[in-house]
Design a protein around this ligand. Structure first.
Ligand code: GDP
Ligand code: MG
Length: 182
């Protein structure tokens, strides 16, 4: 029997959400295993590459696109979204307004990007800064499940870039859905 060929995938993933929710910190934690509390707004588009040995035959390369400071306008250009295969939409559990912005980010994404097969891209919702213990929004997980269903998210996770909570899990969830969609 012939040995099956190793499979390689390269996926562009977007990380979007309001200013200061922790997008850059999540990427840094995921890709570089570090965290800095020094605030620096991103200027220009940043890319980071994360390579996952998904299973013995599959390598997944994730190209994470950090937002370029335009998040203050609450939307992004089609050029930025182009050819993305998945997205993380991030809010800050300590700032309810950033959760209210989530549906706006989701509809911006879906209005500017569809997969080659016509489906919307897989999106995972990240409730970041869960280490802060001010988690007023999430005390009812059922509500979040319902919110995800209604708004077309494939899943949601409480995350902390600071304490490294659930970031790998959220990424695996997104990749699993992308692979299943192909
Ligand atoms: P961005 O504008 O969405 O890219 O947000 P940043 O990654 O620049 O983070 C904004 C601020 O929140 C910075 O001071 C970070 O150190 C802080 N921050 C980001 N993630 C977390 C987290 O999980 N927990 C805590 N406590 N602070 C965080
Ligand atoms: Mg940033």
């Amino acid at each position: 029997r012939m040995q099956s060929q190793p499979r390689e995938h390269l996926y562009k993933l977007l990380v979007i959400g309001d200013l200061g929710v922790g997008k850059t910190s999540i990427i840094k934690r995921y890709v570089h295993q570090n965290f800095s509390s020094h605030y620096r707004a991103t200027i220009g588009v940043d890319f980071a590459l994360k390579v996952l040995q998904w299973d013995p035959e599959t390598v997944v390369r994730l190209q994470l696109w950090d937002i370029a400071g335009q998040e203050r306008f609450g939307n992004m250009t089609r050029v930025y979204y182009r050819e993305a295969m998945g997205a993380f939409i991030v809010f800050d559990v300590t700032r309810p307004a950033t959760f209210e912005a989530v549906t706006k980010w989701k509809s911006d994404l879906d209005s500017k990007l569809t997969l080659p097969n016509g489906k919307p891209v897989s999106a995972v919702l990240l409730a970041n800064k869960c280490d802060q213990g001010k988690d007023v929004l999430l005390n009812n997980g059922l509500k979040m499940d319902q919110f995800c269903k209604e708004n077309g998210f494939v899943g949601w996770f409480e995350t902390s870039a600071k304490e490294n909570i659930n970031i790998d899990e959220a990424s695996r969830c997104l990749v699993k859905h992308i692979l299943a969609n192909e």
